[in-house]
Ligand binder design. Structure first.
Ligand SMILES: *Cc1c(COP(=O)(O)O)cnc(C)c1O
Length: 360
């Protein structure tokens, strides 16, 4: 058995050390004679796993005390509805920044519950860039301001936290959370599906400032009501216990690496190497404006589409997996989340150089 280099956008690579530990604990966790998957979520043992995961996450992200951390199901997509249902009055209004496919999906869903004011859209630029925030059309009636700091598909990342709105700032951090330190206190609510940079699919993290709880619309399903979920310590119903446990192992792994400062440096080095290869070789191109190039998801094209298939099959032969770009963008995409090592990026870069020499 060998583990190859996996550049999948999601569900994405997990640290090998984490999977090895899960393997060791698979059949018998802590000498209890059963798997974490077979434990009651209300047992003392699972409670200790759950509490430790939350404590480690709080430490990694320096989550302030007046924020609650929720471990729930439904993916980031369920949050596209949960956010308006919890934070917008019936028929109310909210600001949304449109930077690509995922913000578009959040906008479409929010429109089902109230008025969406799109403060700016990158659509006419094929989502390669976005107007600077002085040009955003903020609504004074907005209950919140929603944006997607990293567009997983388009590869556009906003490195500065918007400061143009007085309304609570809501961020879909699915593909950027834990990639570097972030000032949580600037946000009203952060959410993220786990399967990019946290753990396996099935778990969604919500980090919400306490004063935003208790504002849900009357008809909100109980499983989507932040206040109820928080009151029940994320155990209103059965939580995704195994994903929660694995996320906890990832948090421990991140602490062991030296925390998010260390991850940020490593991630920056990885991204710089990859973009340098794209820019150096005549064969490759990147569509995203330089100042918005994502450090997690790197889409690139080959100058000649006929080379896509040879590039991908050559990559597979070298153990470089899942480099095919999203169907809406085409070309290639390398997702280089925390669990993708520098060695993986180095292997990809040397393959790109080699391929460029042969075909460029
Ligand atoms: C993957 C992704 C989603 C969708 O996540 P699901 O868990 O599949 O619902 C939403 N937003 C962003 C930014 C993503 O990367």
């Amino acid at each position: 058995m060998s583990r190859l280099y996996n550049f999948c956008a999601g569900p994405a690579a997990l640290p090998t050390e984490v999977l090895e530990r899960a393997q060791r604990e698979m059949l018998d966790w802590g000498g209890l004679g059963l798997s974490v998957m077979e434990m009651s979520h209300r047992s003392d043992e699972f409670q200790s796993i759950a509490k430790a995961a939350e404590a480690d996450l709080r430490e990694l992200l320096q989550v302030p005390d007046d924020y609650r951390v929720l471990f729930i199901q439904g993916g980031a997509t369920a949050q596209f509805s949960a956010v308006p249902l919890n934070l917008m009055e019936l028929g109310g209004e909210a600001d949304y920044l449109d930077t690509g496919l995922w913000s578009g999906k959040a906008i479409d869903e929010a429109r089902r519950f109230g008025k969406v004011n799109v403060v700016a859209s990158g659509k006419s630029l094929a989502y390669s860039s976005i107007a600077s925030q002085d040009n955003w059309q903020i609504s004074e009636r907005a209950s919140y301001f929603h944006y997607t700091p990293n567009e997983t598909i388009g590869g556009l990342e906003l490195f500065d936290i918007p400061s143009c709105s007085q309304a609570p700032l809501i961020a879909d951090m699915s593909s950027t959370i834990l990639s570097r330190p972030v000032d949580v206190s600037r946000f009203g609510l952060i959410y993220a599906g786990a399967q990019k940079n946290i753990g396996p699919a099935g778990l969604t993290l919500v980090i919400v400032r306490e004063d935003l709880l208790g504002k849900a619309q009357a008809g909100v399903p109980r499983t989507m009501n932040y206040q109820l979920i928080a009151d029940h310590e994320s155990m209103l119903n059965t939580p995704p216990t195994y994903s929660w446990y694995l996320a906890g192992l990832v948090f421990q792994w991140l602490k062991h690496q030296g925390g998010l400062g260390v991850m940020a440096e490593r991630n920056q080095r990885k991204a710089e190497k990859l973009y340098a290869a794209i820019d150096r070789c005549g064969l490759y191109g990147s569509c995203v404006d330089l100042s918005y190039r994502s450090s997690m998801n790197v889409p690139f094209t080959l100058k000649n589409k006929a080379l896509d298939d040879p590039f991908l099959s050559g990559a597979r032969e070298r153990g470089l997996l899942n480099l095919k770009g999203h169907r809406s963008v085409g070309g290639m995409r390398a997702s280089i989340y925390n669990a993708v090592s520098e060695a993986a990026v180095d292997a990809l870069v040397s393959y790109m150089n080699e391929f460029d020499k042969q075909y460029g």
